[in-house]
Design a protein around this ligand. Structure first.
Ligand SMILES: NC(=O)c1ccc[n+]([C@@H]2O[C@H](COP(=O)([O-])OP(=O)(O)OC[C@H]3O[C@@H](n4cnc5c(N)ncnc54)[C@H](OP(=O)(O)O)[C@@H]3O)[C@@H](O)[C@H]2O)c1
Length: 274
């Protein structure tokens, strides 16, 4: 891992990644995080033992890696104020902001930067995230490895070679935790109608999702085979799956993911013009 990493922004996502890095053996002294006020930074400093700063420019002065972890809406101001320091220091820049394309951020930072754009998801906050990464042409193989290690601190990493594919990543993992939460809600409601207490239903549904995900992860069989293995002919599971297929669940999922990817693309256009 590169020697000095600076996080611009010390919120949920930055804290999760920093926590993961420290757990994986990165020295807290090599990590700096910034936020507008010391009151926000004090708990982070105390909990994680890292360096903190309220001055973004001072914090990138010795950075090999700069992680942009502020909200997309303020990214332009933050980047333009960092332009001179970043041009001087030439760090690897990693943006985790949703919906802002690499070229736009690069321009805001003065151009010609090695820049990785990352699409993480909220389970990163509990160390089981899934991130899609894209690197612009300036990023070296060694810098790609650094970005991989950084995001692997909070989960798995998949690289895409075309930036537009990050919209597909948004549809399959970025937004997808909510799809599963919807499924939990629906299963809980249905189980209550079948007579189970809501709390019991919730625990059973969540544990079953965890079990199914773990089986799918550990097995060398594909999901279709794992599904088939639970379905005995004429049995209960077969009847449930039949209903889902007849109700066009696959089409609903495909349409929802297309809508998600389309929205990601539209938001990038809106945010880049702001
Ligand atoms: N949370 C997720 O699951 C998730 C998923 C995918 C992508 N992302 C992306 O990750 C980024 C961060 O999200 P988050 O959930 O971690 O947001 P967050 O908790 O609101 O954190 C943002 C941080 O930026 C700080 N900040 C505000 N203005 C700043 C400035 N001028 N200079 C330096 N720091 C400043 C904030 O400080 P104050 O609180 O004092 O304003 C706060 O510490 C966003 O771009 C988001 O799109 C998040």
């Amino acid at each position: 891992m590169a020697s000095n990493i600076t996080f611009i922004g010390a919120g949920n996502m930055a804290s999760a990644i920093i926590g993961g890095l420290i757990d994986s053996g990165v020295a807290p002294a090599t990590i700096t995080a910034t936020a507008p006020s010391d009151s926000e930074l004090a708990p982070v400093k105390q909990r994680l033992g890292i360096n903190t700063h309220t001055d973004n420019n001072a914090a990138v002065a010795n950075a090999d890696v700069v992680v942009l972890a502020v909200k997309p809406q303020i990214m332009r101001n933050v980047c333009e104020a960092l332009r001179d320091s970043v041009q001087r220091q030439q760090p690897l820049v990693i943006s985790i902001a949703a919906g802002l394309d690499a070229d736009t951020i690069d321009q805001w930072l003065g151009g010609n930067n090695a820049l990785v754009r990352c699409m993480p998801n909220t389970p990163s906050l509990v160390g089981i995230g899934a991130s899609g990464l894209y690197a612009n042409a300036k990023v070296s193989d060694a810098q790609r490895d650094v970005a991989t290690q950084l995001m692997e601190a909070v989960g798995i990493v998949e690289w895409v070679e075309e930036e537009a594919l990050l919209d597909a990543v948004t549809a399959v993992s970025g937004s997808a935790p909510a799809y599963f939460f919807l499924m939990f809600e629906a299963m809980e409601d249905a189980a209550v109608k079948l007579g189970l207490p809501a709390a019991t239903a919730r625990r059973l549904a969540i544990q079953t999702a965890l079990g199914a995900a773990t089986m799918a992860q550990q097995s060398d069989k594909d999901p279709a085979t794992l599904k088939q293995n639970v379905m005995s002919p004429g049995g209960t599971t077969e009847r449930a799956i039949q209903h889902m297929e007849e109700a066009q669940l696959r089409t609903t999922i495909a349409d929802a993911m297309q809508a998600c990817a389309d929205r990601a693309q539209a938001m990038a256009t809106e945010l880049s013009g702001s």
